[in-house]
Design a protein around this ligand. Structure first.
Ligand code: ZN
Length: 390
């Protein structure tokens, strides 16, 4: 499976200037090539190369590889645009939005990402430096840094292209890694249900709740600070708000990594699969008072889901998605479903059989049950031969 690792570059001012000049040159060249592609209707790499390659190399001083990549990037952008237009993401043909998107050439931002292959970029993992092609020649000994576990993955599995990007004045390389997957577990001994919630970010059917009060308090403080800064609306307040937003996102990502790691490890250890809620509509379903609503909106549940999915794939743990409707009102013992089963946010109490449990815990049991049904139905539907013989 493919994984991307982001490392931060620590260029000296001279090196940073060379990187900036290079990125701008590549994107100017790509924007120019996009114009040619539009006029000549040449949107395939081979064809576009005929029209643009020589000029890109000499007018913008791009090396052979960089020129090829600029051309390919342009063609990829048109392919993506075409797919988006076809999928209706710009509205119907003839509408203003559609015309605006399809009626003019693609334009690249000066700091848009530029792909680098192994001929333009080499990694010295021991020394934590890279050697990278720029329009000012090859830059050697550009230092990089990153999280220890990411750097390990990078050193062991990096393969293929990396993207050079500049975000907020900082330089990054986004490297592709190819990681071997474990053999998938085709006979899970049940499912670990994961309930996503407001009070607890997750609760599993094993009764483990992740990230409760402490994190909520942190999120609440972040939210207060942000709204205070937004009200102030001065230049420095906006800058600080932006800085805090970045910090909050990084912290949330870190928490999501930890939670997903624990959940996948537990499922793997016990030979089970993982049942997750289908996430579409989690925000519409949540009927909460206003302050709570903001907290829910600000938590990246989709990111958590994707972290669980890729870690599970890596470990060979099957993942199924279930319809989460009424999981919070259904009794996990007798399956009686009624709103009155939830006397308050935290407690589940069945009105028919009298079963009492923590509300999130009860819901995660329902998700685990449903996960098992989804798995069994899926397994049956992939074995039609048996039906034919019968
Ligand atoms: Zn019951």
């Amino acid at each position: 499976m493919k994984l991307v690792v982001r490392v931060k570059l620590l260029p000296t001012p001279v090196q940073a200037a060379a990187l900036e000049a290079t990125l701008h040159a590549c994107n100017q060249a790509a924007t120019w090539a996009a114009g040619v592609a539009f006029e000549e209707n040449a949107r395939r790499p081979l064809e576009l190369r005929k029209h643009t390659y020589v000029e890109i190399r000499f007018r913008w001083g791009l090396g052979a590889q960089a020129a090829q990549h600029a051309i390919k990037k342009t063609c990829d952008a048109y392919t993506t645009l075409k797919a988006n237009l076809r999928a209706g993401r710009y509205g119907r043909p003839g509408t203003r939005r559609h015309t605006r998107a399809s009626g003019k050439p693609v334009v690249f931002r000066p700091d848009a990402a530029q792909p680098y292959d192994d001929r333009m970029l080499s990694w010295q993992h021991q020394a934590r430096t890279i050697s990278i092609w720029t329009t000012a020649g090859r830059l050697k000994n550009v230092a990089f840094t990153g999280q220890a576990e990411h750097l390990e993955v990078l050193a062991a599995h990096r393969k293929g292209e990396s993207d050079l990007v500049c975000q907020g004045g900082k330089w990054f390389l986004i490297a592709t890694c190819e990681i071997a997957e474990a053999t998938p577990n085709t006979h899970p001994a049940g499912f670990l249900g994961v309930d996503l919630g407001v009070v607890n970010i997750t609760a599993t059917s094993d009764g483990v709740r992740h990230a409760g009060r402490g994190i909520n308090r942190m999120r609440e403080n972040d939210r207060k600070l942000r709204s205070k800064l937004q009200k102030k609306n001065t230049k420095s307040a906006r800058r600080r708000a932006k800085k805090y937003a970045g910090k909050e996102a990084r912290r949330a990502r870190d928490v999501n990594h930890k939670i997903s790691k624990r959940i996948v490890a537990e499922a793997e250890r016990t030979g089970r699969g993982i049942a997750l809620e289908q996430l579409t509509g989690i925000r519409e379903r949540a009927r909460l008072r206003k302050p709570q609503r903001t907290t829910l909106h600000s938590w990246p549940f989709a990111q958590l889901g994707s972290f669980i999915a890729y870690k599970a794939k890596k470990a060979g743990v099957p993942v199924v998605y279930v319809d989460p409707a009424y999981t919070s009102q259904e009794c996990s013992k007798c399956h009686h479903t009624e709103r009155g089963n939830r006397p308050c946010q935290a407690v589940f109490s069945c009105r028919v059989c009298g079963f009492v449990d923590h509300a999130d815990h009860n819901a995660s049991h329902n998700i685990a049950h449903r996960g098992w049904y989804v798995w069994v139905c899926g397994a049956q539907s992939t074995a039609p031969e048996l039906n034919l013989i019968a």
